[in-house]
Design a binder for this molecule. Structure first.
Ligand SMILES: C[S@@+](CC[C@H](N)C(=O)[O-])C[C@H]1O[C@@H](n2cnc3c(N)ncnc32)[C@H](O)[C@@H]1O
Length: 258
């Protein structure tokens, strides 16, 4: 597998966090305030600017709410949020008694720890901030040690797959499959990034992303919806494809073990 420093992706977590800051999503505004107090800024000259956050805010809000909706609809009591970044979902759902595991890279998890503590005064009992690369099988399984056997797990992945090559996506899919084979449950992801959307990005934006991320993202997109469906089916999942809410372009997949 290609050697890649995934820490280059971590700053992208600020974009959805800033975008959600202007919504009524629980803890999103508090999260943005703490980030601003800590001096977090989105560079106007980089690919991940405040302008990007503003332009894509309806999409970020819709995908966040769509994932939360499925977690609630399924009645999940245990959640594994992969590449959680600055997502505030865990802070909300642990208040409702869920066991919530957030997995991300070490630096992101350390920062999340500080931010959650700044907002709530402590990390809630049911919230487990776990260092793991999602393509590392053992690290991911270790994060699952917080789950109770015999109860299904909702695995969520939001804003990650476009940064992963197909080889990395396949490894991630194998890891999630193993988690769901152990616990049962669902893999919920709105990361169905299609080439038609990438084609609309300006050449300048693509170049800025390439410079910041040290890799070009075009080859990581799915050819079309059918390609995405086949990728997950070949990875061992049954696919339920749901469109994002009206007015928002995109899809959410609810995946179960086939
Ligand atoms: C665009 S952010 C999305 C964050 C969050 N899911 C959201 O929607 O607000 C991408 C996240 O993926 C994380 N990430 C990138 N590569 C990763 C890997 N191999 N394992 C775990 N997390 C990773 C980054 O640290 C970052 O937090």
């Amino acid at each position: 597998m290609e050697q890649y420093d995934f820490r280059l992706v971590s700053p992208t977590a600020l974009v959805p966090a800033f975008a959600r800051g202007g919504t009524t999503i629980p803890f999103a505004t508090e999260m943005m305030q703490v980030l601003r107090e800590r001096g977090a800024v989105l560079s106007e000259s980089g690919p991940f600017s405040e302008e990007t956050a503003r332009t894509h805010a309806p999409f970020f809000e819709a995908r966040f709410r769509a994932v939360s909706h499925v977690v609630e609809e399924k009645g999940a009591t245990q959640v594994l949020e992969l590449a959680a970044g600055l997502s505030p979902r865990g802070m909300e759902l642990t208040q409702r008694g869920l066991v919530y595991v957030e997995a991300d890279l070490a630096d992101s998890i350390a920062m999340k720890h500080e931010i959650v503590t700044a907002i709530l005064g402590h990390v809630p009992e049911g919230l487990h901030l776990c260092t793991a690369s999602v393509i590392d099988r053992l690290q991911m399984l270790e994060c699952c040690s917080h789950f109770v056997a015999g109860r299904p797990v909702a695995v969520t992945t939001e804003g990650l797959l476009r940064y992963l090559t197909f080889e990395e996506k396949a490894q991630l899919a194998a890891n999630v499959l193993e988690v769901l084979q152990r616990y049962d449950g669902w893999w919920v992801t709105p990361d169905i990034h299609l080439k038609s959307v990438f084609a609309r990005q300006s050449a300048e934006q693509k170049q800025r992303e390439r410079e910041q991320l040290g890799r070009s993202l075009g080859a990581n997109y799915f050819e079309d919806l059918d390609h995405a469906r086949r990728f997950f089916e070949r990875s061992g999942f049954r696919v339920e494809a749901r469109p994002l809410p009206e007015g928002i372009e995109g899809w959410l997949f609810v995946l179960t073990v086939n």
